[in-house]
Write a new protein. Structure first.
Length: 418
């Protein structure tokens, strides 16, 4: 099907999905989850083809974003099942006002309608987006990157088979078949069909959507995430948090990219950092973290001298930019100048420093003595997530079910006129 034909089918399915009860939506989600598990061999075969086609073009870190195995597919199915346990946001009365003239005004949540999601190399986004869209009463139009298309296609076919078993329209979930830039541009300008566009990917994709879309667009994902180690920090805690935030999965948007260290402790802390992220990882046969150091940091430990762009780069790799700052105020100033407003953390035992940091850092998620890796819909109790919004309207931070609805006013009376 052409992109236009898919959009027409999605719009036609909107009314049918909007009429489903919570019970029916949950039944559909469970059928989708079961179908994923039933089709593991087919999904893995498709993913193997994607991996083979990408092995010479992607780094190992980026290949990990693309890779599926049985465990990951079971986790995708579990994520769908978790969504069934969440409250249905549709029909929720947000506010109710009784006017003196007897008129009753209710503000009630409703689906957005048709959601278009453009994403790149993470096949699990396919099932996450479909599950959240369906539970929130929205039809989804998915547009995968070409590197993950075979995997996404197999996942969508499995979920649509689950829907068909229950007699539901397979057009609740749609995958654009054209992976060229043309289809992305069509979605960006599909005003008559798409109610919201959500890009999930790198800075280039998000910038293209923001600059070209004529449909409402959410800015998501790009994460130049900072951790600041204050002079009063528990240094062992700081090392554990930094290690987790940088190395547990460096290819994701909530991974740490920049470390700021108070100059009072830099001479003591930075050698410990190098030992943990470089020396010990080499000894264990793990990939060491490449440290890109400011002038003050390079006077303390060995590493690569930071270039002009290193504090404005989402590396998505085993690379960490390190800067020594005077105190929490300079840390906040640096973050304000370089952050993408995703996730930032302070490691401190000083209440005043904590209060200043959390008050003054203008990002979607601000952590105290906690890894930035927790910026995730599942970790926030939202089930899975549609993405991490780095803007302030209409959603901010991990986008779950509530962020995929809008509202309308329903006004009743006994014949009041004005």
């Amino acid at each position: 099907m052409t992109t236009q034909e898919i959009l027409e089918c999605a719009k036609a399915a909107k009314s049918e999905l909007a009429l489903l009860t919570t019970e029916k939506k949950n039944e559909a989600l469970l059928a989708m989850a079961d179908a994923l598990v039933d089709n593991i061999p087919q999904i893995l075969e498709a993913n193997s083809s994607d991996m083979e086609a990408s092995k010479d073009r992607f780094s190992e870190v980026m290949l990990d974003r693309l890779r599926l195995d049985e465990g990951r597919i079971h986790a995708m199915a579990a994520g769908i099942r978790d969504v069934t346990k969440l409250p249905d946001p549709v029909g929720r009365v947000i506010s109710r006002i009784e006017r003196p003239n007897g008129m009753v005004i209710e503000k009630k949540s409703v689906p957005l309608g048709v959601l278009a999601i453009i994403y790149e190399s993470r096949p699990n986004v396919t099932s996450d987006a479909a599950a959240l869209s369906l539970k929130s009463g929205n039809v989804c139009v998915l547009r995968s990157g070409k590197e993950a298309f075979r995997s996404a296609d197999a996942i969508v076919e499995a979920m649509r088979a689950g829907l068909q078993k229950l007699g539901h329209s397979e057009s609740f979930i749609n995958l654009i078949q054209d992976t060229t830039r043309q289809s992305a541009m069509e979605l960006m300008k599909a005003d008559k069909y798409v109610d919201m566009l959500i890009p999930r990917g790198g800075a280039g994709l998000i910038r293209a959507c923001v600059e070209n879309a004529t449909v409402p667009c959410i800015q998501t994902g790009t994460g130049i995430c900072h951790i600041y180690v204050d002079s009063d920090a528990d240094q062992e805690m700081a090392l554990d948090i930094i290690d987790n935030a940088k190395t547990s999965r460096p290819s994701v948007c909530n991974a740490e990219e920049v470390l700021l260290v108070a100059e009072d402790i830099a001479g003591e802390f930075l050698p410990k950092l190098k030992k943990r992220l470089v020396d010990e990882r080499i000894r264990k046969g793990l990939k060491p973290v490449e440290l890109r150091l400011c002038e003050k940091a390079s006077a303390v430990i060995d590493g690569i001298r930071a270039g002009d762009d290193d504090f404005d780069t989402e590396f998505l790799d085993y690379i960490l930019a390190v800067k020594v700052v005077r105190d929490v105020r300079e840390a906040v100033e640096h973050i304000g100048a370089h952050s993408t407003k995703h996730s930032e953390a302070i490691i401190t035992s000083d209440d005043a420093a904590e209060d200043f940091f959390t008050s003054m850092v203008d990002s979607a998620c601000v952590y105290v003595n906690t890894s930035t890796r927790f910026t995730d819909g599942g970790e926030f109790g939202l089930g899975c997530e549609m993405g991490i919004s780095t803007q302030k309207l209409h959603a901010r931070g991990p986008m779950g079910l509530n962020e995929l609805t809008t509202y309308k006013y329903i006004i009743t009376s006994d014949g009041q006129i004005r």
